[in-house]
Design a protein around this ligand. Structure first.
Ligand SMILES: Cc1cc2nc3c(=O)[nH]c(=O)nc-3n(C[C@H](O)[C@H](O)[C@H](O)COP(=O)(O)O)c2cc1C
Length: 449
């Protein structure tokens, strides 16, 4: 495959984002990457046109500058469409950014709006940190993402790679919507035809009480309402050993309605630590009667609240796109993909890491979890980076920062991460009973003797 990469970081060859591309290029030797360092440029050239013409896939890559696209990138993209819009209509686009999910929501929205406004085809975007490729997980993620794009673009019909896939289709409406009912049945059949073991769950069939914010679960990880209703059963029916959760419903001002929300709110009993990241979540929506604002709001909810299990870019869509949803889920299952990891690093995790310290005596398990991940250890300082007082200092610092990236790229072929294994972080299923924990004796006025 021919890939034209337009790299927009004004740091050009010293850009960390660009080094993620060099890594990808080293791994996917069978593909031809034409990387254009257009950072800081506002206008396109004939070489850019040639790269565009030769490409099967056009990849934009950038870090963030002041919470969104660098201004030069905005101007470059406008110029690209103005001059070569006709060529662009024949191509498929994607986007890779490296400021870590929460921040990347803005630039992803910008690029998606640009592509949509011009009716251009695009594939799933990826958000990582600029340092993600320095770790095995990050390297596996970028490899899976690119493999996904290649398979998705191939248009081949795919089946689940084994007969172990368990899929649950959840109708979250009150049952009065015929279109949702039909979409739920169609989804069950389509998943089963591809080789999954499927079950239907209607959330309305369970008695689910609303969280009343007693905060007991912060300490016990068990909700005081668990014995009074069917929440535990509903959760187990949907989540236990499940690979794909397809939620079908209708948008209610950008959310999936109060039944679904009642069910979600009770998940707070798992504590503030992330869980169930390895599952594939898909939202199939009846968007009839919804506005573009509803859809955008739902996407933002999914991105900003990964707790929805939100897979933002390829798995939210209209019930009329069922076949596409199923195909996407099959490829994700076969490639052992899960939703982007880095979101949690900057969003929910960051807030909860701090919260866990603050309420350590109440939420012991949360604190212990984060402590074990090393969240409170100070970061190592890169000794190759010194203060910048001049142009030369700046060049030296940028090069110093690149040292570990160059090592990863040098090592790429001999150290390929295992992408065929989905890391399972299944927490134990929700419990009805809790055991009393002893908290440390702390007081606002210092440690108790
Ligand atoms: C003017 C300016 C604004 C920036 N704004 C952001 C930002 O909003 N979010 C962010 O994560 N990084 C921001 N950065 C840091 C860069 O994006 C940083 O260089 C990036 O993490 C490294 O990727 P790169 O080497 O590929 O550019 C900013 C840097 C500059 C100079």
């Amino acid at each position: 495959m021919n890939i034209a990469v337009f790299s927009f970081s004004p740091k050009n060859e010293t850009s960390l984002t660009y080094h993620s591309m060099l890594y990808l290029q080293k791994i996917f030797k069978e593909d031809n990457f034409d990387i254009r360092l257009v950072g800081g440029k506002c206008a396109v050239t004939d070489e850019d046109k040639t790269a565009l013409e030769n490409a099967d896939l056009v990849m934009f890559i950038s870090s963030l500058f002041h919470f969104s696209a660098p201004h030069q990138m905005m101007m470059f993209l406008d110029d690209l469409y103005e001059k070569f819009g006709e060529i662009m209509k024949q191509k498929t686009f994607t986007f890779y950014s490296t400021s870590g999910k929460i921040m990347d929501i803005t630039i992803h929205g910008y690029v998606e709006n640009y592509l949509k406004a011009h009716n251009l085809k695009y594939e799933r975007f990826l958000s990582q940190f600029d340092c993600s490729i320095l770790e095995d997980d990050g390297r596996a993620e970028i490899i899976r993402w690119f493999s996904f794009i290649k398979q998705h673009m191939s248009g081949e019909d795919v089946r689940f790679k084994d007969d172990k896939c368990k899929a649950v289709v959840v109708d979250v409406t009150d049952g009065s919507n015929e279109r949702v009912n039909k979409a739920t049945e169609d989804a069950l059949k389509a998943l089963s035809d591809k080789g999954a073991n499927v079950t239907r769950v209607n959330l309305r069939d369970y008695k689910i009480l609303g969280c009343n914010a007693c905060y007991g679960c912060y300490t016990t990880c068990v909700c005081v309402l668990n014995k009074a209703d069917d929440w535990v059963k509903s959760f187990n029916d949907i989540m236990e050993d499940t690979d794909i959760i397809m939620t079908v419903g209708k948008l209610h001002y950008g959310m999936l309605g109060p039944i679904h929300k009642a069910w979600l709110d009770r998940q707070v009993q798992f504590g503030r630590r992330p869980f169930f990241r390895e599952k594939i979540f898909d939202y199939l929506l009846d968007t009839e009667g919804s506005t573009a604002e509803d859809m955008n709001m739902f996407k933002i909810h999914c991105s900003a609240m990964g707790g929805f299990g939100g897979d933002v870019h390829s798995c939210i869509g209209d019930i009329n796109e069922l076949d596409e949803h199923i195909r996407t889920s099959v490829i994700m299952y076969n490639l052992e993909m899960r939703h982007d990891q880095d979101f949690y690093g900057v969003g929910v995790d960051m807030k909860f890491k701090r919260l866990a310290v603050e309420i350590q005596n109440m939420a012991v398990k949360d604190y212990e979890y984060f402590k074990e991940t090393g969240a409170y250890k100070p970061m190592a300082i890169n000794p190759n980076i010194a203060p910048v007082y001049s142009g030369e200092d700046s060049v030296r610092a940028k090069k110093g920062r690149l040292i570990p990236y160059r090592a990863v790229i040098n090592d790429a072929e001999s150290n390929i991460p295992d992408i065929n294994k989905r890391t399972r972080h299944n927490e134990p299923m929700p419990q009805l009973e809790y055991t009393k924990q002893e908290g440390k004796k702390l007081s606002l006025f210092g440690k108790k003797k």
